[in-house]
Structures are given as C-alpha cells and as structure tokens.
Design a binder for this molecule. Structure first.
Ligand code: HEM
Length: 173
C-alpha cells in the first residue's frame, strides 16, 4: 500500500513537471511571436508562477515518491540499472535547469518587469528568450529518456522488468 501510494505521488510529480515545462515552453513561444511587450511580460509572470507551483512541486514529488518507493521496495539505487540511469538523466536535466535555464529565466523576469507597461523589449531579452527556448527543449530530452527507462526498464533482465507487486520485484540484483 505504502509502495503504491509513493509510486502514485512519484508519477503525479512526473505529470506535473513534464506537463508544466512543455506547456510553459509553448505559451512563451506563442507570446514571443506576438512581439507585444505586455503579452510577453504577462506570460513571463505566469512562467515564474507555474514554475514555483508545478516544476518545484513536481520535482519534490518525483524525489519524495521515487526514493520513498525505492526504499520501501528495497531497491538498490545503484545496482538496478534503470533506476541508476533514471537518476542520472534526472540529474542531468536538473543541471541544465540550475546552470542555464533558471538564470536566464530570472533575467527575463527582471526585464519583463521593466517593459510590462509597454516599453521596448531589449535585445538582451530576445537573446535570453532564444537561449531559454533552445536549452529548455534540450533539458526535456533527458526527462523523456528517464520516463521511457522507468516504464520499459529495458536494460534489466526480464525477471526484474516484470514486477508482479511491491516487495517481490526488485530484490533481484
Ligand atoms: C530521482 C530519480 C528517480 C527515482 C529514484 C525514481 C524511482 C522510481 C521507482 C522506485 C519507481 C517504481 C518502479 C515500479 O514499480 O515500476 C519508479 C517508477 C516510475 N518512474 Fe521514477 N524515479 C526517478 C525519476 C523519474 C523521472 C525523472 C521520471 C520521468 C520523467 C520517472 C518516471 C517514472 C514512471 C512513469 C514510473 C512508473 C513506471 C511503471 O509503473 O512501470 N521517474 N520510479
């Protein structure tokens, strides 16, 4: 029961995180295409808001539910290969967010506050927007890879992949 609950929280986190980053990217691209400072500033505020709720919330649920489920099932975080590579991909995406995307997003939010009333959009903001979009798409790829790994568990013997229920599954090395 605890295992199913933790896994549900984990998958809810995945839904929130992936859903939010993909939809946010589309909204921002659509706003940028208008070239309209007020529209861009409005969407930029929403990007910040939904990131706090859904990206941060989703990451927290993924970590809490994922490590919780692994603990309850007695999974070895390093020996079970889909789990190991899932963590690596998740970490890689996290590095891109922390190193490139969040700083670009903070700069964009600051600049958007300045042109929210209808001023000129500076060239530096367009540069940040291009960087944020390009690296944002790249940062989604490892998450999709982790999603596939977690579901398909392709790099594990069949016995480990077919998990009849909590507890039985994953003690196989
Ligand atoms: C912190 C890193 C992560 C850990 C420790 C972790 C751990 C786990 C564990 C223990 C399970 C249960 C396995 C099962 O019962 O099948 C699981 C399932 C799952 N994980 Fe993760 N996970 C992590 C990251 C991710 C990421 C980044 C994604 C997707 C973006 C993801 C997507 C899923 C999905 C969809 C399932 C359900 C698979 C199924 O029921 O077949 N996980 N994860």
């Amino acid at each position: 029961m605890a295992y199913a609950l933790l896994k549900t929280l984990h998958v809810l986190g995945v839904v929130l995180l992936l859903g939010n980053v993909i939809v946010t990217l589309l909204w921002k691209l659509a706003a940028n295409r208008t070239g309209e400072p007020r529209a861009i500033a409005f969407v930029q505020r929403l990007v910040t808001l939904t990131d706090w709720w859904f990206t941060v919330g989703g990451v927290a649920l993924i970590i809490l539910g994922g490590y919780g489920a692994a603990l309850v099932a007695g999974l070895d975080l390093l020996a079970v290969r889909w789990l190991l590579w899932g963590q690596v991909l998740f970490g890689l995406s996290g590095l891109l967010w922390v190193g490139i995307l969040i700083p670009a997003q903070i700069r964009q939010a600051r600049q958007a506050r300045d042109f929210a009333a209808g001023g000129e959009i500076p060239a530096s903001d367009w540069r940040d927007a291009r960087r944020w979009t390009g690296w944002g798409i790249l940062a989604i790829v490892p998450l999709l890879g982790a999603l596939w790994l977690m579901i398909a568990k392709p790099i594990e013997p069949l016995a480990v992949r077919q998990m009849p229920g909590p507890g039985s599954l994953l003690r196989i090395p």
